[in-house]
Design a protein around this ligand. Structure first.
Ligand SMILES: O=C(O)[C@H]1O[C@H](OP(=O)(O)OP(=O)(O)OC[C@H]2O[C@@H](n3ccc(=O)[nH]c3=O)[C@H](O)[C@@H]2O)[C@H](O)[C@@H](O)[C@@H]1O
Length: 485
């Protein structure tokens, strides 16, 4: 067997050629000028291929993306994206074209994510221009993101595949479209995962955000930016309900720390460059098309499977609770923030006057204990959960969240209307709908359509629902039928 490449010594001097079993073959090859010519021709053609197809100016992202994936091994699924060229630019322009008379043109980062998909669809529906950007990373099953992408494509939203750290790509997007707004939702989400992969939080939530702001500050005109902060910035704050004026300097997780860093970075770019910036502190958002890493989602799956559910409890049997917020309410808050965002004041990378800087809580103002969340799911699923009550692990979770939303109410007209019981009902119905052919109800129907209940005639309740949750976006089931309608 030939030696494995890894076992070859790095210094050529140590390579003992005369002991090689291939010595005669190599010698013959060495002496044959035609073989030599063929060999060098292949090398030459290979170099030409690499030069023209991998790093041509029409595809500069290949250089920066492949560099970033090599320089950051902690980041999963950062790969070489291809973009550029007249056909690609045309798609970008079409997607971002404003159709309503007073519409805006928005670059939505993280558009294949949970909130990003809903916000993009809502903007498109009302006639705004929307261009998506997403790196389709594998923090959770990317095929879910592909299904959301297919859904958006049907309503005319093109998602550019790329990373927010790719400066050349971002610059190109602003060259092609004069975006009035950026809805920045691309982030590494999840509180507990930060202990496993801290680098991905720094990469997306800090480096990526700075990169985006750098491009926005130089864009002409500068866009107004609305971006996703998090309720987790309140960290160990004990004063409830959480108000925007409360202290946020005690984050309990690296995730929270990166979101808090984002808020400080926003301050800097507003102060120096006159960028209009609005941070939205989302409170545990849930609903149809949600994230499989979130408790309500995997609790549903595990209850149906008969697996036990770990329910966290604070010391002395203290209640752990969240201000769970339904996705449609969050979307309204996002649109309210975009609509009330003032223009940035910078030009040519320089500030010309003071610009708007805001932070809002977007919660439900009604915290629910996690054990009650499980009780609601039991009723909806008609299955008793196997509860395993355990101590809140030291992994970044906080005991309690509760939003004071009066500021958002006043400034954005934000008014949540969905309680946890109704929202989870819509989530469970959505999972059921995935199983049968009338899923077209979910497509192009917008806010109501996403959560609309459909009929499921031959539905074997538990088994079918479980199948839907486990395989909701594979190519054989729901995905094909719903997307290709
Ligand atoms: O509000 C936010 O800013 C954050 O909301 C969620 O974070 P979290 O509230 O921790 O949401 P889940 O992971 O769905 O947990 C919900 C509740 O279930 C509890 N839980 C979670 C997991 C588990 O196994 N058992 C359990 O009792 C958690 O302690 C928490 O109280 C999102 O995952 C974050 O990305 C987001 O930024």
């Amino acid at each position: 067997m030939p030696p494995h490449p890894d076992s070859a010594p790095s210094t050529p001097g140590k390579f003992k050629m005369d002991k090689s079993p291939f010595i005669h073959h190599r010698l013959r090859w060495h002496l044959n000028p035609i073989a030599k010519l063929i060999f060098w021709s292949f090398i030459f053609l290979g170099l030409i291929y690499m030069f023209f197809f991998r790093s041509s100016p029409s595809n500069p992202s290949s250089i920066s993306s492949s560099f970033s994936s090599q320089s950051d091994p902690s980041r999963r699924s950062l790969r070489t994206f291809s973009w550029g060229g007249p056909a690609w630019e045309k798609r970008v322009r079409n997607s971002a074209r404003v159709r309503a008379s007073n519409g805006i043109s928005v670059l939505v980062t993280g558009s294949a994510g949970f909130v990003g998909t809903h916000v993009s669809a809502a903007l498109k529906r009302r006639g705004d221009g929307v261009l998506g950007l997403d790196n389709f990373n594998d923090y959770y099953d990317p095929s879910l993101k592909r299904s959301r992408q297919a859904l958006l494509e049907r309503s005319g939203v093109f998602i550019v595949e790329g990373d927010i750290n790719d400066q050349a790509l971002l610059k190109k997007l602003f060259e092609v479209v004069a975006f009035t707004h950026v809805m920045h939702l691309a982030a590494q989400a999840g509180v507990r995962y930060a202990m496993q992969n801290p680098g991905s939080y720094v990469h997306s939530n800090i480096a990526g955000f700075v990169n985006l702001l750098e491009v926005c500050k130089s864009a002409n005109p500068q866009p107004a930016i609305v971006w996703a902060s998090s309720s987790s910035v309140y960290g160990l704050n004990t004063k409830v309900p959480f108000s925007e004026k409360d202290r946020t300097d005690q984050p309990a997780s690296l995730y929270a720390a990166t979101k808090k860093a984002g808020e400080e970075i926003a301050h800097t770019y507003n102060h120096i460059y006159g960028l209009s910036l609005t941070g939205l502190r989302f409170f545990t958002v849930y609903g149809p098309w949600g994230r499989p890493d979130m408790a309500y989602f995997f609790f549903t799956r595990d209850i149906l499977k008969g697996k036990s559910i770990p329910i966290f409890e604070a010391p002395n049997h203290g209640t752990v609770a969240r201000d769970f917020t339904y996705i449609d309410d969050i979307v309204k808050g996002c649109l309210g923030a975009l609509d009330t965002a003032e223009k940035s004041t910078g030009s040519g990378g320089k500030k010309t006057g003071p610009a708007q800087l805001r932070v809002f809580n977007l919660g439900n103002t009604s915290p629910v204990p996690v054990s009650d969340l499980v009780s609601i799911l039991e009723k909806l699923l008609k299955v008793k959960a196997k509860r395993m009550v355990m101590k809140l692990p030291r992994n970044g979770d906080v005991q309690y969240t509760h939003a004071n939303i009066s500021l958002a109410q006043r400034e954005l007209g934000y008014k949540p209307t969905t309680d946890l019981q109704s929202g989870l009902k819509k989530f469970v119905s959505f999972q059921k709908c995935k199983l049968q052919s009338t899923v077209d109800l979910l497509v192009n129907e917008g806010e109501r359509g996403f959560s609309r209940v459909c009929k499921y005639p031959s539905f074997k309740f538990k088994d079918d629902l479980l199948h839907g949750i486990e395989n909701p976006w594979n190519s054989t089931g729901f995905d094909k039928r719903s997307i290709e309608l």
